[in-house]
Design a protein around this ligand. Structure first.
Ligand SMILES: Cc1cc2nc3c(=O)[nH]c(=O)nc-3n(C[C@H](O)[C@H](O)[C@H](O)COP(=O)(O)OP(=O)(O)OC[C@H]3O[C@@H](n4cnc5c(N)ncnc54)[C@H](O)[C@@H]3O)c2cc1C
Length: 398
Protein backbone atom coordinates (compact mmCIF):
# COMPACT_ATOMS: atom_id res chain seq x y z
CA UNK A 1 0.00 0.00 0.00
CA UNK A 2 1.37 3.43 -0.95
CA UNK A 3 1.56 5.93 1.93
CA UNK A 4 0.36 9.46 1.39
CA UNK A 5 3.18 11.78 2.49
CA UNK A 6 1.94 14.27 5.05
CA UNK A 7 4.95 16.23 6.28
CA UNK A 8 4.97 19.92 5.30
CA UNK A 9 6.60 20.99 2.09
CA UNK A 10 10.11 22.22 2.56
CA UNK A 11 13.12 23.28 0.60
CA UNK A 12 11.43 25.84 -1.64
CA UNK A 13 13.74 28.84 -1.83
CA UNK A 14 12.58 32.41 -1.44
CA UNK A 15 13.69 33.06 -5.03
CA UNK A 16 11.53 30.23 -6.30
CA UNK A 17 8.52 31.50 -4.38
CA UNK A 18 9.12 35.00 -5.74
CA UNK A 19 9.39 33.59 -9.26
CA UNK A 20 6.04 31.86 -8.83
CA UNK A 21 4.38 35.06 -7.69
CA UNK A 22 5.89 36.91 -10.63
CA UNK A 23 4.67 34.18 -12.97
CA UNK A 24 1.13 34.56 -11.62
CA UNK A 25 1.28 38.31 -12.13
CA UNK A 26 2.70 38.04 -15.64
CA UNK A 27 0.21 35.41 -16.83
CA UNK A 28 -2.68 37.34 -15.26
CA UNK A 29 -1.43 40.47 -17.05
CA UNK A 30 -1.35 38.65 -20.38
CA UNK A 31 -4.82 37.23 -19.78
CA UNK A 32 -6.25 40.70 -19.15
CA UNK A 33 -5.60 41.35 -22.84
CA UNK A 34 -8.08 38.52 -23.56
CA UNK A 35 -11.21 39.42 -21.59
CA UNK A 36 -14.54 37.62 -21.23
CA UNK A 37 -15.81 39.00 -24.54
CA UNK A 38 -12.88 37.39 -26.38
CA UNK A 39 -13.67 33.91 -25.06
CA UNK A 40 -17.42 34.41 -25.40
CA UNK A 41 -17.09 35.32 -29.06
CA UNK A 42 -14.84 32.32 -29.74
CA UNK A 43 -17.32 30.06 -28.01
CA UNK A 44 -20.12 31.43 -30.17
CA UNK A 45 -18.11 31.03 -33.38
CA UNK A 46 -16.34 27.84 -32.33
CA UNK A 47 -13.09 29.67 -33.07
CA UNK A 48 -9.57 28.82 -31.94
CA UNK A 49 -7.92 31.41 -29.64
CA UNK A 50 -5.12 31.99 -32.12
CA UNK A 51 -4.05 35.39 -30.75
CA UNK A 52 -4.08 34.12 -27.17
CA UNK A 53 -2.04 31.01 -28.00
CA UNK A 54 0.44 33.14 -29.93
CA UNK A 55 0.79 35.54 -27.01
CA UNK A 56 1.29 32.66 -24.57
CA UNK A 57 3.92 31.15 -26.86
CA UNK A 58 5.76 34.43 -27.42
CA UNK A 59 5.87 35.02 -23.68
CA UNK A 60 7.51 31.60 -23.36
CA UNK A 61 4.80 30.24 -21.05
CA UNK A 62 3.97 27.20 -23.19
CA UNK A 63 7.63 26.24 -23.12
CA UNK A 64 7.73 26.33 -19.32
CA UNK A 65 8.71 22.66 -19.07
CA UNK A 66 11.21 22.63 -21.94
CA UNK A 67 14.78 22.77 -20.60
CA UNK A 68 16.67 26.01 -21.14
CA UNK A 69 19.25 24.23 -23.31
CA UNK A 70 16.42 23.56 -25.79
CA UNK A 71 15.08 27.11 -25.66
CA UNK A 72 12.44 26.72 -22.95
CA UNK A 73 12.07 28.22 -19.46
CA UNK A 74 13.29 25.07 -17.71
CA UNK A 75 10.68 25.33 -14.96
CA UNK A 76 8.93 22.60 -12.98
CA UNK A 77 5.41 21.24 -13.03
CA UNK A 78 4.57 23.50 -10.08
CA UNK A 79 5.25 26.56 -12.21
CA UNK A 80 3.61 25.08 -15.33
CA UNK A 81 0.53 24.40 -13.22
CA UNK A 82 0.51 28.01 -12.01
CA UNK A 83 0.47 29.17 -15.63
CA UNK A 84 -2.52 27.02 -16.59
CA UNK A 85 -4.36 27.75 -13.35
CA UNK A 86 -3.99 31.49 -13.93
CA UNK A 87 -5.41 31.22 -17.44
CA UNK A 88 -8.54 29.48 -16.18
CA UNK A 89 -8.70 31.75 -13.14
CA UNK A 90 -8.89 34.71 -15.52
CA UNK A 91 -11.98 33.31 -17.28
CA UNK A 92 -10.07 31.84 -20.21
CA UNK A 93 -9.54 28.21 -21.12
CA UNK A 94 -6.07 26.68 -21.07
CA UNK A 95 -7.47 23.67 -22.95
CA UNK A 96 -6.60 25.48 -26.15
CA UNK A 97 -2.90 24.99 -25.52
CA UNK A 98 -2.26 22.84 -22.43
CA UNK A 99 -1.39 19.66 -24.32
CA UNK A 100 1.89 21.16 -25.43
CA UNK A 101 3.05 21.08 -21.82
CA UNK A 102 2.30 17.47 -21.01
CA UNK A 103 2.60 15.93 -24.46
CA UNK A 104 6.07 17.39 -24.82
CA UNK A 105 7.19 15.47 -21.71
CA UNK A 106 7.11 12.17 -23.62
CA UNK A 107 9.52 13.56 -26.20
CA UNK A 108 11.67 15.08 -23.46
CA UNK A 109 11.92 11.92 -21.36
CA UNK A 110 12.01 9.25 -24.04
CA UNK A 111 13.05 10.95 -27.29
CA UNK A 112 16.58 10.58 -28.66
CA UNK A 113 19.02 13.49 -28.49
CA UNK A 114 18.58 13.98 -32.22
CA UNK A 115 14.78 14.16 -31.87
CA UNK A 116 15.02 16.61 -28.98
CA UNK A 117 17.44 18.80 -30.88
CA UNK A 118 15.24 18.66 -33.94
CA UNK A 119 11.91 19.44 -32.30
CA UNK A 120 12.20 21.06 -28.89
CA UNK A 121 13.76 24.42 -29.91
CA UNK A 122 11.11 24.82 -32.63
CA UNK A 123 8.33 23.97 -30.19
CA UNK A 124 9.78 26.38 -27.62
CA UNK A 125 9.98 29.22 -30.13
CA UNK A 126 6.46 28.56 -31.39
CA UNK A 127 7.69 27.80 -34.89
CA UNK A 128 5.83 24.52 -34.65
CA UNK A 129 3.07 23.39 -32.33
CA UNK A 130 2.80 20.05 -30.59
CA UNK A 131 -0.77 20.31 -29.40
CA UNK A 132 -2.35 17.05 -30.55
CA UNK A 133 -2.35 13.81 -28.64
CA UNK A 134 -3.88 10.78 -30.37
CA UNK A 135 -4.83 8.02 -27.95
CA UNK A 136 -8.62 7.56 -27.66
CA UNK A 137 -10.40 5.31 -30.15
CA UNK A 138 -14.10 4.62 -30.70
CA UNK A 139 -13.85 0.91 -29.95
CA UNK A 140 -11.52 0.96 -26.97
CA UNK A 141 -12.24 4.22 -25.05
CA UNK A 142 -10.72 4.10 -21.58
CA UNK A 143 -9.37 0.61 -22.27
CA UNK A 144 -6.32 2.07 -24.02
CA UNK A 145 -4.34 -1.14 -24.43
CA UNK A 146 -7.05 -2.51 -26.73
CA UNK A 147 -6.70 0.31 -29.23
CA UNK A 148 -6.77 -0.88 -32.83
CA UNK A 149 -4.74 1.65 -34.78
CA UNK A 150 -1.72 -0.15 -36.16
CA UNK A 151 1.72 1.01 -37.23
CA UNK A 152 3.47 -1.57 -39.41
CA UNK A 153 7.18 -1.23 -40.17
CA UNK A 154 7.96 -1.07 -43.90
CA UNK A 155 11.57 -0.14 -44.63
CA UNK A 156 12.32 3.31 -43.25
CA UNK A 157 8.69 4.00 -42.43
CA UNK A 158 5.83 2.80 -40.30
CA UNK A 159 2.51 2.62 -42.10
CA UNK A 160 -0.34 3.76 -39.86
CA UNK A 161 -3.97 2.69 -40.28
CA UNK A 162 -6.89 3.11 -37.94
CA UNK A 163 -9.18 5.65 -36.33
CA UNK A 164 -8.96 7.98 -33.37
CA UNK A 165 -11.81 9.93 -31.82
CA UNK A 166 -12.08 13.11 -29.69
CA UNK A 167 -8.60 14.21 -30.64
CA UNK A 168 -8.31 17.88 -29.81
CA UNK A 169 -6.50 20.72 -31.61
CA UNK A 170 -5.37 18.58 -34.59
CA UNK A 171 -6.27 21.40 -36.97
CA UNK A 172 -4.19 23.83 -34.92
CA UNK A 173 -1.15 21.67 -34.39
CA UNK A 174 1.83 20.79 -36.54
CA UNK A 175 2.68 17.59 -34.69
CA UNK A 176 0.65 14.84 -33.10
CA UNK A 177 1.92 12.41 -30.52
CA UNK A 178 0.32 9.15 -31.59
CA UNK A 179 -0.10 5.86 -29.74
CA UNK A 180 -0.48 2.88 -32.08
CA UNK A 181 -0.08 -0.87 -31.90
CA UNK A 182 3.11 -2.19 -33.48
CA UNK A 183 2.77 -5.82 -32.34
CA UNK A 184 -0.65 -7.51 -32.61
CA UNK A 185 -2.44 -8.08 -29.32
CA UNK A 186 -2.39 -11.88 -29.70
CA UNK A 187 1.42 -11.85 -30.00
CA UNK A 188 2.24 -9.97 -26.79
CA UNK A 189 2.64 -11.27 -23.26
CA UNK A 190 0.75 -8.37 -21.74
CA UNK A 191 -1.83 -6.09 -23.32
CA UNK A 192 0.26 -3.06 -22.42
CA UNK A 193 3.15 -4.37 -24.54
CA UNK A 194 3.49 -3.83 -28.29
CA UNK A 195 2.22 -0.24 -28.34
CA UNK A 196 4.49 2.50 -29.67
CA UNK A 197 4.59 6.27 -29.66
CA UNK A 198 5.25 8.36 -32.78
CA UNK A 199 5.59 12.00 -33.61
CA UNK A 200 3.39 12.48 -36.64
CA UNK A 201 4.12 15.54 -38.74
CA UNK A 202 0.65 16.72 -39.68
CA UNK A 203 1.98 19.37 -42.06
CA UNK A 204 3.09 17.02 -44.79
CA UNK A 205 0.48 14.30 -44.30
CA UNK A 206 -1.28 13.61 -47.64
CA UNK A 207 -5.05 14.02 -47.37
CA UNK A 208 -5.75 10.59 -48.84
CA UNK A 209 -3.84 9.02 -45.94
CA UNK A 210 -4.99 11.29 -43.10
CA UNK A 211 -8.48 12.73 -42.75
CA UNK A 212 -9.52 15.04 -39.94
CA UNK A 213 -13.22 15.43 -39.23
CA UNK A 214 -14.31 18.16 -36.79
CA UNK A 215 -16.80 17.01 -34.14
CA UNK A 216 -19.68 19.13 -32.94
CA UNK A 217 -19.24 19.19 -29.16
CA UNK A 218 -20.84 20.84 -26.12
CA UNK A 219 -17.74 22.96 -25.63
CA UNK A 220 -15.38 24.84 -27.91
CA UNK A 221 -12.52 22.34 -27.76
CA UNK A 222 -11.56 21.84 -31.42
CA UNK A 223 -12.09 18.13 -31.13
CA UNK A 224 -11.93 15.84 -34.15
CA UNK A 225 -12.12 12.30 -35.40
CA UNK A 226 -8.92 11.31 -37.20
CA UNK A 227 -8.71 8.59 -39.84
CA UNK A 228 -5.38 7.05 -40.83
CA UNK A 229 -5.34 5.13 -44.07
CA UNK A 230 -1.83 3.89 -44.79
CA UNK A 231 -0.11 7.06 -43.56
CA UNK A 232 3.68 6.75 -43.75
CA UNK A 233 5.50 7.95 -40.64
CA UNK A 234 9.31 7.92 -40.81
CA UNK A 235 10.84 5.33 -38.49
CA UNK A 236 13.01 8.20 -37.23
CA UNK A 237 9.83 9.59 -35.60
CA UNK A 238 9.38 6.60 -33.32
CA UNK A 239 9.87 7.82 -29.74
CA UNK A 240 12.01 5.53 -27.60
CA UNK A 241 11.84 1.79 -28.15
CA UNK A 242 9.22 0.08 -30.27
CA UNK A 243 6.62 -1.66 -28.11
CA UNK A 244 7.18 0.40 -24.95
CA UNK A 245 4.84 3.26 -25.84
CA UNK A 246 2.17 2.54 -23.24
CA UNK A 247 4.80 2.85 -20.49
CA UNK A 248 5.95 6.19 -21.96
CA UNK A 249 2.38 7.52 -22.02
CA UNK A 250 1.84 6.39 -18.43
CA UNK A 251 5.03 8.21 -17.43
CA UNK A 252 3.43 11.45 -18.57
CA UNK A 253 0.18 10.88 -16.72
CA UNK A 254 1.21 12.34 -13.38
CA UNK A 255 2.21 15.66 -14.93
CA UNK A 256 -1.01 15.68 -16.92
CA UNK A 257 -3.15 15.02 -13.81
CA UNK A 258 -1.41 17.83 -11.89
CA UNK A 259 -1.73 20.33 -14.73
CA UNK A 260 -5.40 19.52 -15.25
CA UNK A 261 -6.02 19.77 -11.50
CA UNK A 262 -4.51 23.25 -11.66
CA UNK A 263 -6.92 24.26 -14.41
CA UNK A 264 -9.80 23.00 -12.27
CA UNK A 265 -8.55 25.05 -9.32
CA UNK A 266 -8.39 28.09 -11.60
CA UNK A 267 -11.96 27.47 -12.75
CA UNK A 268 -13.11 26.90 -9.18
CA UNK A 269 -11.65 30.20 -8.00
CA UNK A 270 -13.19 32.02 -10.98
CA UNK A 271 -16.66 30.61 -10.19
CA UNK A 272 -16.35 31.43 -6.49
CA UNK A 273 -15.29 34.99 -7.24
CA UNK A 274 -18.16 35.54 -9.66
CA UNK A 275 -20.69 33.94 -7.31
CA UNK A 276 -19.45 35.96 -4.33
CA UNK A 277 -19.56 39.22 -6.24
CA UNK A 278 -23.02 38.59 -7.65
CA UNK A 279 -24.39 37.42 -4.30
CA UNK A 280 -23.12 40.60 -2.68
CA UNK A 281 -24.53 42.91 -5.37
CA UNK A 282 -27.86 41.37 -6.32
CA UNK A 283 -30.56 42.69 -4.00
CA UNK A 284 -33.90 40.86 -3.79
CA UNK A 285 -36.37 41.08 -0.88
CA UNK A 286 -34.58 44.34 0.05
CA UNK A 287 -31.21 42.75 0.76
CA UNK A 288 -28.29 41.19 -1.06
CA UNK A 289 -29.07 37.57 -1.85
CA UNK A 290 -25.69 36.68 -0.29
CA UNK A 291 -27.03 37.76 3.09
CA UNK A 292 -29.10 34.58 3.10
CA UNK A 293 -27.22 31.63 4.49
CA UNK A 294 -28.99 29.43 1.95
CA UNK A 295 -27.04 31.34 -0.70
CA UNK A 296 -23.75 32.00 1.09
CA UNK A 297 -23.12 28.56 2.61
CA UNK A 298 -22.94 26.66 -0.69
CA UNK A 299 -20.49 29.28 -1.99
CA UNK A 300 -18.39 29.05 1.18
CA UNK A 301 -18.43 25.24 1.02
CA UNK A 302 -17.36 25.23 -2.61
CA UNK A 303 -14.51 27.58 -1.72
CA UNK A 304 -13.38 25.25 1.06
CA UNK A 305 -13.33 22.34 -1.36
CA UNK A 306 -11.39 24.25 -4.01
CA UNK A 307 -8.77 25.21 -1.41
CA UNK A 308 -8.45 21.61 -0.22
CA UNK A 309 -8.00 20.40 -3.80
CA UNK A 310 -5.41 23.12 -4.32
CA UNK A 311 -3.37 21.78 -1.40
CA UNK A 312 -3.34 18.30 -2.88
CA UNK A 313 -2.36 19.75 -6.25
CA UNK A 314 0.51 21.66 -4.60
CA UNK A 315 1.70 18.53 -2.81
CA UNK A 316 1.56 16.40 -5.94
CA UNK A 317 3.48 19.03 -7.91
CA UNK A 318 6.12 19.38 -5.19
CA UNK A 319 6.64 15.62 -5.11
CA UNK A 320 6.83 15.50 -8.90
CA UNK A 321 9.37 18.32 -9.05
CA UNK A 322 11.60 16.67 -6.46
CA UNK A 323 11.55 13.37 -8.32
CA UNK A 324 9.46 11.52 -5.73
CA UNK A 325 6.62 9.10 -6.45
CA UNK A 326 3.40 11.09 -6.81
CA UNK A 327 0.92 8.83 -8.62
CA UNK A 328 -1.48 8.74 -5.69
CA UNK A 329 -1.33 12.49 -5.04
CA UNK A 330 -1.53 13.43 -8.73
CA UNK A 331 -4.62 11.29 -9.23
CA UNK A 332 -6.26 12.46 -6.01
CA UNK A 333 -5.53 16.08 -6.91
CA UNK A 334 -7.20 15.64 -10.29
CA UNK A 335 -10.28 14.00 -8.73
CA UNK A 336 -10.65 16.54 -5.92
CA UNK A 337 -10.05 19.51 -8.18
CA UNK A 338 -12.45 18.32 -10.89
CA UNK A 339 -15.15 17.73 -8.25
CA UNK A 340 -14.47 21.08 -6.59
CA UNK A 341 -14.61 23.05 -9.85
CA UNK A 342 -17.83 21.31 -10.81
CA UNK A 343 -19.36 22.06 -7.41
CA UNK A 344 -18.26 25.70 -7.73
CA UNK A 345 -19.73 25.85 -11.24
CA UNK A 346 -23.08 24.56 -10.01
CA UNK A 347 -23.10 27.00 -7.11
CA UNK A 348 -22.20 29.93 -9.36
CA UNK A 349 -24.99 29.03 -11.78
CA UNK A 350 -27.52 28.69 -8.96
CA UNK A 351 -26.43 31.97 -7.38
CA UNK A 352 -26.93 33.81 -10.65
CA UNK A 353 -30.49 32.52 -11.02
CA UNK A 354 -31.77 33.04 -14.56
CA UNK A 355 -28.80 35.26 -15.41
CA UNK A 356 -26.49 32.28 -15.02
CA UNK A 357 -28.00 30.93 -18.24
CA UNK A 358 -27.40 34.17 -20.15
CA UNK A 359 -24.24 33.92 -22.25
CA UNK A 360 -23.17 37.48 -21.38
CA UNK A 361 -22.41 36.42 -17.79
CA UNK A 362 -20.02 33.67 -18.98
CA UNK A 363 -21.13 31.34 -16.20
CA UNK A 364 -22.86 28.92 -18.55
CA UNK A 365 -19.79 28.80 -20.83
CA UNK A 366 -17.39 28.03 -18.01
CA UNK A 367 -19.99 25.64 -16.52
CA UNK A 368 -19.93 23.59 -19.73
CA UNK A 369 -16.17 23.79 -19.96
CA UNK A 370 -15.42 22.65 -16.43
CA UNK A 371 -17.81 19.71 -16.73
CA UNK A 372 -15.34 18.13 -19.15
CA UNK A 373 -12.84 17.43 -16.37
CA UNK A 374 -15.12 14.72 -14.96
CA UNK A 375 -14.62 12.79 -18.20
CA UNK A 376 -11.36 13.87 -19.89
CA UNK A 377 -8.47 13.47 -20.07
CA UNK A 378 -9.40 10.68 -17.66
CA UNK A 379 -12.77 9.94 -16.17
CA UNK A 380 -13.41 10.15 -12.46
CA UNK A 381 -14.23 6.44 -12.27
CA UNK A 382 -10.86 5.49 -13.69
CA UNK A 383 -9.12 7.62 -11.05
CA UNK A 384 -11.14 5.97 -8.30
CA UNK A 385 -10.20 2.63 -9.71
CA UNK A 386 -6.50 3.66 -9.67
CA UNK A 387 -6.79 4.71 -6.02
CA UNK A 388 -8.67 1.54 -5.07
CA UNK A 389 -6.13 -0.73 -6.73
CA UNK A 390 -2.79 1.05 -6.51
CA UNK A 391 -3.18 3.08 -3.33
CA UNK A 392 -5.47 0.88 -1.25
CA UNK A 393 -4.39 -2.46 -2.66
CA UNK A 394 -7.84 -3.75 -3.57
CA UNK A 395 -8.29 -6.24 -6.43
CA UNK A 396 -7.98 -4.94 -9.97
CA UNK A 397 -11.45 -4.23 -11.35
CA UNK A 398 -10.71 -4.31 -15.05
C1 LIG B 1 -13.76 17.47 -25.38
C2 LIG B 1 -12.91 16.24 -25.35
C3 LIG B 1 -11.59 16.34 -25.72
C4 LIG B 1 -10.77 15.20 -25.74
N1 LIG B 1 -9.48 15.29 -26.19
C5 LIG B 1 -8.77 14.15 -26.35
C6 LIG B 1 -7.47 14.19 -26.98
O1 LIG B 1 -6.97 15.27 -27.36
N2 LIG B 1 -6.80 13.02 -27.16
C7 LIG B 1 -7.31 11.82 -26.77
O2 LIG B 1 -6.64 10.81 -26.96
N3 LIG B 1 -8.53 11.75 -26.17
C8 LIG B 1 -9.26 12.87 -25.97
N4 LIG B 1 -10.51 12.82 -25.40
C9 LIG B 1 -11.04 11.50 -25.03
C10 LIG B 1 -11.17 11.29 -23.54
O3 LIG B 1 -9.89 11.08 -22.99
C11 LIG B 1 -12.12 10.09 -23.37
O4 LIG B 1 -13.41 10.56 -23.70
C12 LIG B 1 -12.09 9.51 -22.01
O5 LIG B 1 -10.84 8.96 -21.78
C13 LIG B 1 -13.18 8.44 -21.83
O6 LIG B 1 -13.20 7.55 -22.91
P1 LIG B 1 -14.60 7.25 -23.66
O7 LIG B 1 -15.19 8.55 -24.01
O8 LIG B 1 -14.39 6.27 -24.73
O9 LIG B 1 -15.51 6.62 -22.53
P2 LIG B 1 -15.62 5.08 -22.11
O10 LIG B 1 -14.27 4.50 -21.90
O11 LIG B 1 -16.54 4.39 -23.04
O12 LIG B 1 -16.33 5.24 -20.71
C14 LIG B 1 -17.69 5.69 -20.59
C15 LIG B 1 -18.04 5.83 -19.13
O13 LIG B 1 -17.92 4.55 -18.49
C16 LIG B 1 -17.02 4.62 -17.41
N5 LIG B 1 -16.21 3.39 -17.36
C17 LIG B 1 -15.62 2.74 -18.40
N6 LIG B 1 -14.97 1.64 -17.95
C18 LIG B 1 -15.12 1.62 -16.62
C19 LIG B 1 -14.67 0.75 -15.57
N7 LIG B 1 -13.92 -0.31 -15.84
N8 LIG B 1 -15.03 1.04 -14.32
C20 LIG B 1 -15.81 2.10 -14.04
N9 LIG B 1 -16.25 2.97 -14.97
C21 LIG B 1 -15.93 2.73 -16.23
C22 LIG B 1 -16.13 5.81 -17.67
O14 LIG B 1 -15.67 6.36 -16.46
C23 LIG B 1 -17.07 6.77 -18.40
O15 LIG B 1 -17.76 7.56 -17.48
C24 LIG B 1 -11.31 13.94 -25.33
C25 LIG B 1 -12.65 13.88 -24.91
C26 LIG B 1 -13.45 15.00 -24.94
C27 LIG B 1 -14.89 14.86 -24.52
Amino acid sequence: MVDVVTEPLSGVSAERLALREELRREVAGLCRRFPDEYWRELDRERGYPEAFVRAMTEAGFLAALIPEEHGGLGLGVTEAAIILETVNRSGGNAGACHAQMYVMGTLLRHGSDAQKQQWLPQIASGEIRLQAFGVTEPNSGSDTTRLRTTAVRQGDNYVVSGQKVFISRVEHSDLMLLLARTTPLDQVERRSHGLSVFLVDLRDAPQEHLTVQPLDMMINHHTTAVFFDGLKVPAANLIGEEGRGFRYILDGMNAERILIAAECVGDGDWFIERATRYASERAIFDRPIGQNQGVQFPIARAHVNVRAADLMRERAAALFDTGQPCGAEANMAKLLAADASWEAANVALQTHGGYGFATEYDIERKFRETRLYQVAPISTNLILSYVAEHVLGMPRSY
